[in-house]
Design a binder for this molecule. Structure first.
Ligand code: NAP
Length: 494
């Protein structure tokens, strides 16, 4: 048993955990541990390296505001650049000294006597810390579909989130299950290599054209030497994504015609990209834009024009040792099965580790027995000195960095107050939490989640009760403002 006493334990070494560590450093905390079960930092950008991985939010927006990267190769940078960016940030802000990699956190318990968190690692070691920050992300538990016979398949199974770079797809007869954001990026790349590729689509996804371009070396140098130039571009990509999400999702009640225009653009995109009428029809989403994560691609739809690429939409009956049998009886013989089947957001996640607060309150159980809720998407009553970055109502806009930087601001205001009062603990009050939940629930009444036709979307943004509590249904701008101004009386500080 370790007796090491830390200021904070941060679980997760992705951009959320790194941002929290940078913020704690700025506030003067230096005894930190950033724990991650993976063998390197970068979170999702370390774990995911499937072919075709790119960021699908403009890179100018998909980065920390305080750490611009002038050297993105394109507007939508490949995943490997995001991983390099994570390494650069870790080096520049000297975060590696806090890292404990290949280490799994089993759970954490608040000790009311010592006013500390006791964090248990797999293997039995424990750490104690004044603060606990869960930065485990929403998309960290890869989901394997429960399809009859999947265990009997004798070929190779690859999950997109556990890609084996040494496995060549050249000449393979492969099938892909899943047409979410991952499938849309992966399928065109696989189709370049395979001799035959069958795509099993259950729910069509919205695919919009991607306005992408490279940054010439001269432009990168200009961004480096005159950062204001990149700031100007960032402002426009920030405002564009903020506005798009606001109009298509949170203020859907007032902007339904805009949603219709989006539908026309997507239909035109299918029309010019897909030659076969029936395939085009099969790729058409039957739910409102914004119910589910939409994607951007100029290559996905065109892939279905290849004679060796097949789209199956009848559903999967079973998997046999040498192939996949559809509900319409069609069997595709394959040697490689690719799972682009996403992540378990609601069962083994939220929270990703067991967290026991004051009076034995179990966070996961409490969220499931009550509603999913967290004040400002960060703190929960009866969980003192605890911040959960991937909480209900935390997700602001489309770029994860917007969420992270909002949370850093919140930490700044909260911890500065704690320090100025010479206090040791904070805990959000039940009233403030209830008020915030009511406000978010009311705001959702104007959203596409409530007013759109989302029933057929099978969107992981909804939980089993039909609620969609992951996002904060406000503009990024208002979320940012609130983190600098929330009433400090919303916390009991002692
Ligand atoms: P996803 O959006 O959850 O998509 C999973 C896909 O697998 C869906 O098409 C789903 O069909 C299908 N599927 C799951 N189980 C199935 C089953 N039993 N039978 C048939 N089909 C099944 O997962 P994802 O594509 O990995 O994306 C997850 C999130 O990661 C995205 O929303 C995005 O936030 C993020 N992401 C970001 C980037 C980026 O920025 N570059 C790239 C990739 C992913 P149904 O729709 O019918 O359930």
């Amino acid at each position: 048993m370790s007796t090491e006493q830390l200021d904070a334990v941060i679980v997760g070494a992705g951009f959320g955990g790194m941002g929290a560590a940078i913020q704690l450093n700025r506030l003067g905390y230096d005894k930190l541990a950033i724990i991650d079960r993976e063998d390197d930092l970068g979170g999702t950008w370390h774990v995911n390296h499937y072919p075709g991985l790119t960021v699908d939010v403009p890179s100018t927006t998909y980065s920390y505001w305080f750490e611009p990267n002038p050297y993105w190769s394109r507007l939508y940078a490949p995943g490997v650049e995001l991983k390099r960016y994570a390494e650069h940030v870790a080096d520049k802000y000297d975060l590696r000294r806090y890292l404990r990699l290949n280490t799994t956190v089993d759970g954490a318990r608040w000790d009311e006597d010592t006013k500390h968190w006791v964090i248990t690692l797999a293997g039995g070691e424990t750490l104690t810390a004044q603060f606990l920050i869960a930065a485990t992300g929403y998309l960290c538990q890869p989901r394997t579909p429960d399809i009859p016979g999947i265990d009997t398949f004798e070929g190779r199974v690859l999950h997109a989130a556990r890609w084996d770079d040494s496995y060549s797809m050249r000449g393979r007869r492969a099938a892909v299950i899943g047409t979410g954001s991952t499938g849309v990026q992966l399928i065109p790349e696989l189709a370049k290599e395979t001799s035959e590729l069958t795509v099993y689509q259950r729910t069509p996804i919205w695919v919009m054209p991607k306005l992408d371009f490279g940054f010439a070396p001269a432009v990168q140098r200009a961004f480096d030497r005159a950062p204001l130039t990149q700031r100007v571009l960032r402002r426009s990509t920030d405002n564009f994504t903020d506005l798009l999400v606001l109009i298509a999702m949170w203020k859907y009640r007032y902007f339904k015609p805009v949603s219709r225009v989006v539908g026309y653009i997507a239909a035109l995109h299918r029309f010019v990209s897909v030659r076969d009428k029936n395939t085009r029809r099969a790729l058409k989403p039957n739910y409102t834009y914004g119910c589910k994560r939409p994607t951007l691609s100029n290559t996905y739809y065109r892939t279905f024009n290849q004679p060796d690429v097949h789209l199956e939409t009848a559903g999967i009956e079973r998997i046999e040792p040498d192939g996949v049998v559809g509900r319409d009886g069609t069997k595709r013989v394959i040697d490689t099965l690719v799972l682009a089947t996403g992540f378990d957001v609601w069962n083994s996640n939220l929270p990703a580790i067991e967290v026991i607060g004051r009076d034995g309150r179990n966070l996961g159980k409490w969220w499931r027995e009550n509603k999913f809720q967290a004040y400002e998407g960060l703190s929960v009553p009866a969980f003192p000195n605890f911040l959960s970055l991937s909480s209900p109502y935390a997700w602001v806009g489309m770029s994860w960095f917007d969420t992270v930087e909002c949370q850093m601001r919140h930490m700044n205001r909260l911890f500065t107050e704690l320090q100025s009062r010479g206090a040791n603990t904070f805990e959000v009050t039940e009233q403030a939490n209830a008020r915030f939940l009511d406000r978010m629930t009311d705001l959702l009444e104007d959203s596409v989640f409530v007013l759109g036709s989302c029933a057929g979307s099978r969107s992981y943004w909804f939980n089993e009760s039909g609620e969609a509590p992951l996002f904060r249904p406000t503009s990024i701008r208002s979320a940012v403002r609130e983190q600098d101004r929330f009433p400090l009386t919303d916390y009991a500080i002692a």
